[in-house]
Design a protein around this ligand. Structure first.
Ligand SMILES: Nc1nc2c(ncn2[C@@H]2O[C@H](COP(=O)(O)OP(=O)(O)OP(=O)(O)O)[C@@H](O)[C@H]2O)c(=O)[nH]1
Ligand SMILES: [Mg+2]
Length: 237
């Protein structure tokens, strides 16, 4: 049986130090799976040599590596643009630091996308080595999303997620340009009566985040409250 193709989306911001090595690791792994695939590196705003390195990778592997460069900032915007441009129906979003075990996650995610619109890799139900403050802030956010939006998820980060392209396309224009897009997509998919599922992933991430933790926390909580208010008012109207 012919395996379905996968578009792997890698959002990047100032990843010059690791991009070349990690893209080559992914290329070598995906090459061995014998699936049709592409890697879409999606950059907005890097100030180091990320774009130059990504251009070189795309030139070396023209059928496998594509580059999206955007002037407008925001990881959600980077995802949305890459998802629209993707060649394949199964989209998998992976962080450039490859801190999640992609060799387990990618095949399992691809399998579950046969029957689900979204697959969420969760560090919380899996195992994680991340700084305590990051775990604590995530836990607070997760508790609120359950309470306010009824989302049965324990991880809303951008990495290790899978999406069925045709199911999320109708919602892409309305999603946030920051990382809150994951929560919005899951909410829309669940309201549309489609299926999403969470699976455990193993994550070892001790490097400094590319996000400013304080700014990201304030942004996430603010986005959640305003999204909840909009949804509640719309429902009441
Ligand atoms: N395109 C784009 N990518 C970004 C941006 N900010 C971060 N990224 C990328 O998003 C991915 C995740 O960033 P990390 O710094 O690893 O995030 P993290 O804090 O470890 O994430 P958690 O899993 O939530 O703990 C990486 O591939 C980053 O390069 C951005 O503004 N634009
Ligand atoms: Mg990371």
């Amino acid at each position: 049986m012919k395996l379905a193709g996968i578009s792997i989306i890698i959002p990047v911001y100032n990843e010059a130090a690791i991009l070349g090595v990690n893209v080559r690791r992914l290329l070598s792994y995906m090459g061995r799976t014998r699936r049709p695939f592409e890697l879409i590196i999606s950059d907005n705003g890097s100030t180091d040599r990320t774009v130059e390195i990504a251009r070189r990778l795309a030139a070396e592997h023209p059928k496998r590596v594509r580059l999206v460069t955007l002037a407008k900032r925001g990881v959600g915007y980077a995802f949305k643009t890459a998802a629209k441009a993707a060649r394949y129906e199964k989209l998998i979003s992976i962080d450039a630091d490859l801190t999640v075990d992609y060799r387990s996650f990618i095949p399992e995610c691809a399998r579950l996308l046969e029957t689900n619109s979204i697959v969420v890799g969760s560090k919380t139900v899996g195992s994680q080595r991340r700084p305590f403050t990051r775990k604590l802030l995530s836990a607070g956010f997760i508790a609120l999303t359950r309470l306010m939006l009824g989302i049965r998820l324990t991880d809303h980060s951008i990495g290790a997620k899978g999406y069925r392209r045709k199911d999320i396309l109708p919602f892409l224009s309305g999603i946030d340009s920051g990382s809150f897009y994951v929560t919005m997509l899951v909410y829309r998919i669940s309201k549309a009566g489609k299926r999403y599922v969470e699976i455990p992933v193993v994550c070892d991430d001790r490097r400094k985040s590319k996000f400013s933790i304080s700014r990201e926390t304030a942004y996430r909580f603010k986005s959640l409250v305003s999204f909840w208010l909009r949804e509640t008012l719309e429902y009441a109207a």
